[in-house]
Design a protein around this ligand. Structure first.
Ligand code: SF4
Length: 829
């Protein structure tokens, strides 16, 4: 049977074809799958071609089904049935052609504009903005809280108002069709606008993905007319979604920098109470509805990244953040960053429903950490004190002007903060440095048990208390010319009102305790209260429940067991696919050094003596001269790196190493970019090459490209197990054990498995840095006897595992011999 055509821009390699076939099958069957494809194997194009081929085929099927559904009476003659089907077909084609024609016109207009621009003709007039005088001599009235309608208590935002837009904007957006109507939970009728949500971790990864999208040409989503000899292609309808921070085009707002500050300022400008001259001129309204529609067509006419969206918004004088809601419905593929997809509140803010759609999450090796990070939070004693001071100053000024229940609620906020501070003060009097906290202990201050936390949190959010209080504090500080920033806080922490941090922290107090735990730690002379989510599955389950299929993809997804147990414990079956590499077997040498002449090599924390560190150094002295170009050595932690540096220096081993190659260190405080630049320069200019000593999970382990001569050999020394003695890790392990016990599993196995998986995932990331394309070649040496264990080896990615020869030496002498043969052979060829 001929291989399936995925409309790949190049002739796909076998491994790419297998990847796409497995993924196509996963989507078709509506499953959840984990797909691993090493860097340099064209993963992005495989994801794009497979998912879009499936989508266009699905659309064609939908077209045929719509025609098949045309009904006529049984008594009607056949020609009438044919006529009805023909009319329906023509109607559907006409609608599509009109849509495509509109987009064509836009493309032509844009090309002309581009041409004019290239010839120096200005393309648009810049909107002038008055200088921002807010916050300097602004009227103090603006800081007074609006009346708070206590009768709203008990209602949720779902009772009519989207929690992310003002009431006015919610209404307006509904009128303009910019908010998706809430679907009936049982409704599955989404086939017409089925789309692919593609999500990645960083902005630059998404931009790279968008560039790849531009290379693909796809057959139309409607079957060709019988008369048409060759199939034409149909441009992809794509939308890039971003946060207000990425998309805001109002310079007075975007200059605020932090996401929370921009979000809150934007919403403030939409309030009825905001003066007309302060309202954002770019917000979609009835009178700029044309611009919103233009924005939709311009967005869909081309494949654009986030910068292009901002540019279109500026050109049409319409806010791209809000206007993009009109585009979602017609888009076939939507790209968006992790937080916008993973956080339910963010999805609601964007008005997106995942029901029935396909979700692809790229770079998913850190997905569980990302979910835990999004739903975890912390607050410091410094922030608590600052929030309390600001609230008291505010109450002193406005007490008599706060109407309704404002005064009661503000006093309650102070009382809750006092309770947290009381707890912190008691902790600081003890000799301990940290530990777990029972959530109830945090709220045992006087009268706090009388407070309805849910109501209070809603009040903080709806009243805009954080912005008002912080705004007034800044105003007073400016009048008195006193800096209000605490030196311990970063710029972004300051930009986010402290009360907003407290609100987020209070929300975690309402989470069920089985999902997460509270901790405290003493850091310098302050105390940090922390909430850590222990169960990422809870927050990912609604995505899985809603979506038609979910694909987690990454260069190194192994070991995959954690996903099965921690992210999808409720799924009976998970599709997993680990793709081989494009390089021929002769381009990779993989060996374990388990022993040297003195016995087993063990770089675990308890065996890390000076003698062991010197033996590791000696092993590198044997290997380094064989490697032409760059040798990258990964150690388990910055602590171990410092230990190694000090020991080698003392024993003059470092001098010997420096005689062989120039040595670079990724020190704890060294700027990674400068170290990498100096190392790269040495590799390309120094005939002897260079050694880079780095840390797994450190600044130079993820996202760095050690292709070709930059990484001809990577040596991983030891296993980077996390510190299992921290309260956070103890809680996580306990949680896993409790769950395993409930499943009837043996004690200790689940937590050990998880720790090993976390460790090996980090190792896999590090070793994956050196083979970056199909002609690349490198050696990978795992230096520690534990790498010889079957259990550990099975956690390596498939393409590395399969490259281990059945009989390979694990003694340093044998490995050195093999390495010499490999590197000599490569440098000769
Ligand atoms: S409406 Fe858009 S452009 Fe205006 S402030 Fe809000 S995010 Fe910025």
């Amino acid at each position: 049977m001929a291989p399936k055509d995925f409309h790949h821009p190049f002739q796909p390699y076998d491994i790419q074809q297998h990847f796409m076939e497995a993924m196509y099958d996963c989507i078709e069957r509506g499953k959840v799958g984990i797909f691993e494809s090493p860097t340099g194997t064209g993963k992005s194009l495989s994801l794009i071609c497979c998912s879009l081929t499936w989508l266009r085929e699905h659309r064609r099927k939908g077209f045929d089904e719509a025609l098949a559904a045309v009904t006529v009476d049984d008594d009607d003659p056949a020609w009438m049935a044919e006529h009805a089907v023909g009319s329906r077909r023509r109607e559907m084609r006409r609608m599509r052609e009109e849509f495509e024609a509109r987009l064509s016109v836009v493309r032509e207009q844009e090309n002309k504009l581009k041409e004019r621009h290239a010839h120096g003709v200005p393309t648009r007039k810049k909107r002038r903005f008055d200088s921002d005088d807010e916050g300097s001599t602004a009227d103090e009235d603006q800081y007074v809280l609006d009346d708070y309608d206590v009768s709203k208590d008990g209602k949720t935002p779902a009772d009519g108002q989207n929690p992310f837009y003002s009431m006015e904007t919610t209404k307006l957006m509904e009128d303009l069709g910019m908010l998706q109507q809430k679907r009936d939970d049982n409704s599955l009728d989404v086939s017409e606008d089925l789309k692919i949500y593609f999500c990645s971790r960083t902005h630059s990864q998404l931009s790279q993905f968008v560039r790849e999208l531009q290379r693909v040409s796809l057959p139309p989503g409607m079957p060709p007319e019988p008369a048409m000899s060759a199939e034409v292609s149909e441009p992809l309808k794509h939308l890039t979604l971003g946060s207000r921070k990425n998309l805001c085009i109002n310079p007075k707002v975007s200059k605020l920098g932090s996401l929370t500050a921009i979000n809150e300022r934007c919403m403030e400008l939409q309030q009825t109470s905001a003066a007309v001259e302060h309202k954002c001129p770019f917000l979609p309204k009835k009178d700029n509805e044309d611009a919103v529609l233009d924005f939709r067509d311009h967005t869909l006419a081309k494949i654009r990244d986030i910068e292009d969206m901002v540019e279109v918004g500026r050109r049409l004088s319409i806010c791209p953040y809000y206007a993009s809601r009109t585009v979602t419905e017609s888009a076939e593929m939507v790209t968006l960053p992790y937080p916008l997809l993973l956080q339910k509140t963010a999805r609601e803010a964007l008005g997106i429903s995942l029901r029935g759609h396909i979700i692809i999450i790229d770079e998913a090796h850190n997905l569980m950490n990302a979910i835990e990070g999004i739903y975890s939070t912390h607050i410091s004693e410094v922030q608590l004190n600052r929030a309390r001071d600001s609230l008291l100053v505010y109450l002193q000024k406005f007490r008599n002007r706060l109407k309704g229940s404002n005064r009661v609620f503000v006093t309650q906020v102070v009382r809750v903060i006092d309770s947290l501070l009381l707890f912190v003060t008691r902790l600081l009097l003890t000799n301990t440095t940290g530990g777990t906290i029972d959530a109830d202990e945090l709220l045992c201050g006087k009268g706090v048990d009388q407070i309805d936390l849910a109501k209070l949190i809603r009040y903080i959010s709806e009243s805009k208390l954080a912005r008002k209080v912080e705004g007034y504090a800044s105003h007073v500080a400016q009048l008195q010319k006193t800096p209000i920033r605490n030196t311990k806080e970063t710029q972004s922490e300051h930009d986010v009102p402290t009360l907003a941090h407290i609100q987020t922290f209070l929300m975690t107090l309402m989470n069920p305790s089985k999902e997460g735990r509270f901790f405290w730690s003493r850091e310098s002379d302050t105390c940090i209260l922390r909430y850590m989510l222990l169960d990422p599955a809870v927050h990912f389950q609604d995505i899985v429940h809603d979506a038609r299929a979910v694909i987690l993809a990454g260069g190194t997804m192994s070991p995959m067991d954690d996903y099965r147990h921690q992210l999808f414990p409720y799924l009976p079956r998970l599709v997993t696919f680990s793709c081989g590499h494009l390089i021929p077997p002769s381009n990779l040498l993989i060996r374990t050094v388990a022993t040297d002449q003195a016995g087993p090599l063990d770089f675990s924390y308890k065996s890390r003596s000076s003698a062991m560190i010197l033996r590791i150094g000696q092993a590198l002295l044997d290997l380094a001269p064989l490697v032409h170009g760059g040798l990258v050595v990964f150690l388990p932690s910055y602590g171990s790196l410092e230990q190694v540096a000090s020991c080698w220096r003392k024993e003059a081993l470092l001098t010997k190493l420096e005689d062989i190659k120039q040595v670079f260190w990724d020190g704890r405080t060294e700027p990674a970019e400068a170290t990498f630049k100096a190392y790269s320069h040495a590799v390309s200019t120094n005939r002897k090459g260079a050694i880079l000593l780095s840390v797994i999970g450190g600044k130079l382990s993820e996202g760095i490209n050690f292709s070709d001569d930059l990484g001809r050999c990577v040596v991983v020394v030891g296993l980077p197990f996390p510190n299992l003695e921290t309260p956070e890790w103890k809680a996580k392990m306990q949680y896993l054990e409790d769950k395993a016990r409930a499943r009837g599993e043996t004690t200790g196995a689940a937590s050990r498995e998880h720790a090993e998986n976390v460790c090996m995932r980090a190792v896999n990331q590090a070793v994956g840095r050196v083979i970056r394309h199909k002609d690349d070649w490198a050696g990978i040496v795992l230096m520690d006897q534990r790498y010889a264990q079957k259990r550990i080896r099975e956690k390596l990615p498939g393409w590395i595992r399969e490259s281990f020869p059945t009989e390979s030496p694990s003694h340093l002498r044998g490995v050195t011999k093999d390495a010499k043969r490999f590197f000599d052979g490569k440098t000769r060829s």
